[in-house]
Structure formats: structure tokens, C-alpha cells
Design a protein. Structure first.
Ligand SMILES: Cc1ncc(COP(=O)(O)O)c(C=O)c1O
Length: 392
């Protein structure tokens, strides 16, 4: 048996393979350079161009660009009118930003357990945790797999809730012929470099609702509303918003990247399917479900450890992979287990039992468009090496 790098043996590869990496080409650089030579380097013509391209890509009427995905989420909560005393239901298996945005609007995040197969929020669990003060449902397309929106949206319609889809992971994904971005009242995206396309930092909210579109634009620009289109100096504010604007040169990068979303998605999809083929019979990992008719966005490639077959835990497996120069990560630590959420809302272990058992088994493997088959083979070799060492 090969000696693990963790125990002093040679690593599988000489340099770290990160879990994610942006792909920037000459066209991106040219687009940003051109934007920087214009008069308006913030809120210039590229912002509208990027917004139009996003809306067209997703089949939504409106897209509003934001400084980052967190700002987009916060703006969606603001535009939805969430306020003190409201409840909003979300998943515990997400980046903190999802729940933080609710808290920043004064709403209480309520966590519904996930489906064990897809790892997305479970509609029956949503029904179980609903309160009379619930105003919004905020599903997350975990790792890039679009949620099963039909039952979620129909439940929300029945109860009068607004649906804000956090699609930070799933740009390029689809349910049948409906693109992510057209499946909820508002859909938020992130363009962080680890995501499907990047604008450095960046985000957007998509909607078909003209009133929400106006509110989102107001919110990202301090809450300012023009009261006379021919006199830009006449405006009012009520209530105050934020400066959440995306710059023109970032928008130029975003639009240039969006033009290649098909290529990025195809590269991720090919690598993800290759991972799934190679790992399908592994006794040491389980793969999340890939339901028929769903186009996964493949932001992350996640496996679940079969801890009953291993003499160790998630932490040691992650350290062992890191030592082999494989940038494995965990997405995510459950939001309600964070000290703030425990203290402020009194959440405790046992709240979402499926999410808790999944959390202890999650490992994210590297996946990004420029990753080569050799890179991926290094990941698979490192997994074999580490699992052989810790097999029961
Ligand atoms: C599920 C989810 N929501 C929201 C965000 C926030 O996006 P950003 O990093 O662009 O603020 C992220 C980003 O990592 C995310 O993964």
C-alpha cells in the first residue's frame, strides 16, 4: 500500500488542484479593457447589456445586476418587503449568505430539512415547519441541481408566500425546457470566480414582475426613485436602500463570460459525468441523485462518504486529500449550527436530522471548466489511495 502524503509519503500531484477556478480568455480581457476606456465606468452601457443577456439566457423578463450574490439576495428580500416579525423558510445546507440576507431584513430564517437523495429542500419538510408568520420560501439549488420547483411554487401560491430561488450554483441548469432564472418569483445568481461565470464579484436578480424589477433597481441605488424622467435631479427616497451597484467593467466581463456559458457548462457536465462513471461502484462514496429531465448546473461536484466502510472521519479524509494536493472542501456547515443562529434563534442539534447526517459525510471534489482529464485522474487516484488506507 502507498504511504499517504499525510504520513510522509509522496503526494499524488506536485501542486494543489483547487476545487474551483475561473476561466478568463483574451475576449474577456478585451471586453474589460474596452469598458475601462469609456466615460462611464460604473452604470455605463455594459450593465444594461449584461442584464439583457442574462434575462434572455434564462427566459425571464427582467434582470437586475448587483455587486455580488449576497447583495442580490438581500435586495430580493428587500423588494419582497420582508421585515421584522416575518418568517422565511430555507434550507440549512447552503452558504451563510442565504440566511444572512433574511436576517438583515429582520426576518427569522426557518430551516426545513433536505431530501436525502437530491440534497435540496424537501417540500414535505417545508410544510411541517411553516408558521402563520411565513412570508417567503427561499429554496437553494444545492451544488447546481435545480430544486423541484413545481410543488414548492404551488405550495407557496396556496399559502401566499413569495418564492426567492437562490440559484447561485445553478446558472445554466434547467428543469425540462425551463431555464433556471424563470422558475420562481425572483431568482438570484452569484458571479463569484468559483461560479459558472464570473464578473470578479457580482450577482443578479431575475424576475418577470415589473413592480419587483423597479424595487430591485431602487434598492441597489440607495432607494432612490426618480419622480420626473426628464429631470434626473428630482428624486425621492422611501425607504432607504444601499449602494449595491455592479460596475460597468465588471458587467463587461460578465457579459463576455455569459457568451461562453454553453462551453463552460459542457466542460463541467463532461467532467461530472466522468466522475460519476468512475465513482458509481465505489464502496466508499455515495453520489447524490441526478433526476431525469433535470439539467444540473454543476457548480460543485459533491460525494457522500460511506463512513461505515471507513476507519476514520470526514476531517481526516479532507486532510489526507489536501496532503495529496487535492483541494477537497466541505459545502457546507449547516447554517443553524453557527453560533449566531444558535444564540439568536435557539436552534439546536436535531432540527434537521437528514441534513445533519449528510453534513458529516460531504466532500466536494475539484471541478472547473479548464480541469483536464489528467487532473481528474489525480483526484481519483488520491481517493483510491486514501480510501485504501482507511478502509475497514
Ligand atoms: C448558495 C449561495 N448563495 C449566495 C452566495 C453569495 O454569493 P456572493 O459570494 O457572490 O456574495 C453564495 C456564494 O458563495 C452561495 O453559494
Amino acid at each position: 500500500m502507498e504511504t499517504l502524503a499525510l504520513l510522509g509519503g509522496p503526494p499524488v500531484r506536485a501542486t494543489l488542484l483547487p476545487y474551483a477556478r475561473q476561466s478568463i480568455d483574451a475576449a474577456d480581457v478585451a471586453a474589460v479593457s474596452a469598458a475601462l476606456t469609456q466615460d462611464w465606468i460604473t452604470q455605463g452601457p455594459n450593465v444594461a447589456r449584461f442584464e439583457e443577456a442574462l434575462a434572455a439566457h434564462a427566459g425571464a423578463t427582467y434582470a437586475v445586476a448587483f455587486a455580488n450574490g449576497t447583495a442580490a439576495l438581500h435586495a430580493a428580500c428587500w423588494a419582497a418587503g420582508l421585515a421584522d416579525g416575518d418568517d422565511a423558510i430555507t434550507t440549512p445546507l447552503t452558504f451563510e449568505a442565504t440566511a444572512n440576507a433574511l436576517v438583515h431584513q429582520g426576518a427569522r430564517p426557518i430551516f426545513a430539512d433536505i431530501d436525502a437523495a437530491t440534497l435540496n429542500v424537501d417540500v414535505d419538510a417545508v410544510k411541517r415547519v411553516a408558521t402563520t408568520r411565513t412570508r417567503a420560501l427561499v429554496p437553494v439549488d444545492f451544488a447546481g441541481l435545480p430544486c423541484s420547483y413545481a410543488p414548492l411554487v404551488s405550495l407557496a401560491r396556496e399559502r401566499g408566500w413569495i418564492v426567492i430561488a437562490d440559484a447561485a450554483h445553478s446558472l445554466g441548469g434547467a428543469l425540462g425546457d425551463r431555464q433556471v432564472g424563470s422558475l420562481a418569483d425572483m431568482t438570484t445568481f452569484s458571479f463569484h470566480p468559483a461560479k459558472m461565470i464570473t464578473s470578479g464579484e457580482g450577482g443578479a436578480v431575475l424576475t418577470d414582475d415589473a413592480r419587483l424589477n423597479d424595487r430591485l433597481r431602487q434598492m441597489r441605488h440607495h432607494g432612490i426613485r426618480n419622480i420626473d424622467a426628464t429631470s434626473p435631479w428630482r428624486y425621492e427616497i422611501d425607504p432607504p436602500g444601499f449602494n449595491y451597484r455592479l460596475t460597468d467593467f465588471q458587467s463587461a466581463l460578465g457579459a463576455s463570460q455569459l457568451a461562453r456559458i454553453g462551453t463552460f457548462w459542457a466542460a463541467r457536465d463532461r467532467l461530472a459525468r466522468r466522475y460519476r462513471e468512475r465513482l458509481a461502484d465505489s464502496p466508499f462514496v455515495e453520489l447524490p441523485a441526478l433526476p431525469h429531465g433535470v439539467r444540473h448546473g454543476w457548480h460543485l461536484f459533491v460525494v457522500l462518504l460511506r463512513l461505515e466502510r471507513l476507519r476514520t472521519d470526514q476531517d481526516t479524509i479532507l486532510h489526507a486529500l489536501r496532503a495529496e494536493n487535492i483541494g477537497a472542501r466541505v459545502h457546507y456547515r449547516l447554517v443553524y449550527r453557527q453560533p449566531y443562529y444558535r444564540k439568536r434563534f435557539g436552534y439546536d442539534r436535531g432540527l434537521c436530522p437528514i441534513a445533519e447526517s449528510v453534513e458529516a459525510r460531504l466532500v466536494t471534489l475539484p471541478l472547473f471548466p479548464a480541469m483536464t482529464d489528467d487532473d481528474q485522474d489525480d483526484v481519483l487516484r488520491a481517493l483510491d489511495k486514501v480510501f485504501a488506507h482507511y478502509a475497514r
